[in-house]
Design a binder for this molecule. Structure first.
Ligand code: SF4
Length: 321
């Protein structure tokens, strides 16, 4: 479904996504990196990852246009096989990859994939955050690594059916160098992120199983009335956490729902973890005030101790005044 349209129809539009300026700057940088048939991009890749073959002097850039996501994904798979068989350097610009997520195909579009002459496929991510003195913001690099790991998993499916192909677990991250708009690159090993994502994907509940729990008439069509949409969305369990604000278009809607229920998840996953069996703000306050909860429970005991310290501090402040 189109979650951004659904969030708007629910009355909680997402403030999610890049600003128009950042988007245009990102696009301009990517065009610069890929200009001239990918010459600069392949130079950076060879410099950082090299390989047994010769430095690229001739690069194939196949046309990946096709109708619809299925057609584009099939065209990409064919181009990858042809490129591997050709044993030269090939740059796939915005290929489309399919990956099964919770039993349904999801389509993913890496910035580029490079096929090396010896058959290695390398994911290339082009980001507009700067790399200063050879290193970039660790949180942003981590997010890029998690994103690339999903592409690696999707590529592995195609590689398994392609003779001589191997997906590289080291991806190339291209960023502007220092404060210029000249590209520079670093290699990111995504083996750990790949393993984590793979495990998470196998544990996801299948979409049909979730759909089977919904009322017959549930609809997520943004054209329906807000009441119908609220009913349908409320029927699906959600585990909102502040991290959703940076990743999901429905975050404002889920935050509202979570706050209305007094759920402690709204305060962050670590807080939720520390509070053990106390799942609502009301239960936490009641436990701290000594009205509820088992005093032998270490969480309840810690809350009471904290409440006593707070009361003591406030009393002290009153005496000073
Ligand atoms: S819980 Fe988080 S990830 Fe799930 S729908 Fe709500 S905002 Fe999105």
């Amino acid at each position: 479904m189109d979650k951004a349209a659904l969030a708007t129809a629910l009355g909680s539009p997402a403030a999610f996504g890049q600003s128009q300026f950042a988007f245009m700057r990102g696009n301009a940088f990517e065009a610069k990196v890929k200009a001239d048939g990918g010459t600069e991009l392949l130079r950076l890749l060879y410099e950082r990852l090299g390989g047994p073959g010769e430095a690229p002097h001739e690069v194939r850039v196949p046309d990946l246009a096709a109708a619809g996501p299925e057609g584009r994904a099939a065209r990409t798979a064919l181009a990858l096989r042809e490129a591997t068989a050709a044993q030269g350097w090939t740059l796939l610009d915005h290929p489309l990859l399919a990956l099964e997520v919770a039993g349904s195909p999801a389509y993913l579009e890496p910035d580029a994939v490079v096929v090396h002459p010896e058959g290695t496929w390398t994911v290339v991510e082009i980001k507009s955050f700067p790399m200063i003195d050879g290193s970039a913001d660790a949180a942003k690099v981590g997010a890029a690594a998690r994103q690339s790991a999903v592409y690696v998993l999707a590529l592995e499916r195609i590689a398994a059916m392609t003779e001589g192909a191997e997906v590289g677990h080291r991806v190339l991250l291209v960023c502007p160098k220092d404060f210029s708009n000249l590209p520079t690159a670093s290699v990111v090993d995504v083996r750990k992120q790949r393993a984590v994502t793979r495990r998470q994907l196998t544990r996801l509940t299948r979409i049909e199983d979730i759909a089977a729990t919904l009322p017959e008439d549930a609809t997520f069509d943004p054209g329906c009335s807000p009441q119908e949409l609220h009913r349908a969305v409320d029927a699906v369990g959600a585990a909102y956490a502040p991290e959703c604000l940076a990743a999901c278009e429905l975050a404002f809607h889920c935050r509202e729902r979570s706050r209305a229920r007094g759920a402690v998840e709204a305060l962050g996953r670590s807080v939720r973890g520390e509070l053990g069996g106390l799942t609502t703000v009301g239960a936490v306050l009641a436990a701290a005030a000594g009205k509820e909860g088992d005093p032998a429970d270490p969480t309840v005991a810690a809350l009471r101790r904290a409440a006593a310290l707070r009361a003591e501090a406030l009393e002290g402040r009153a005496v000073c005044h």
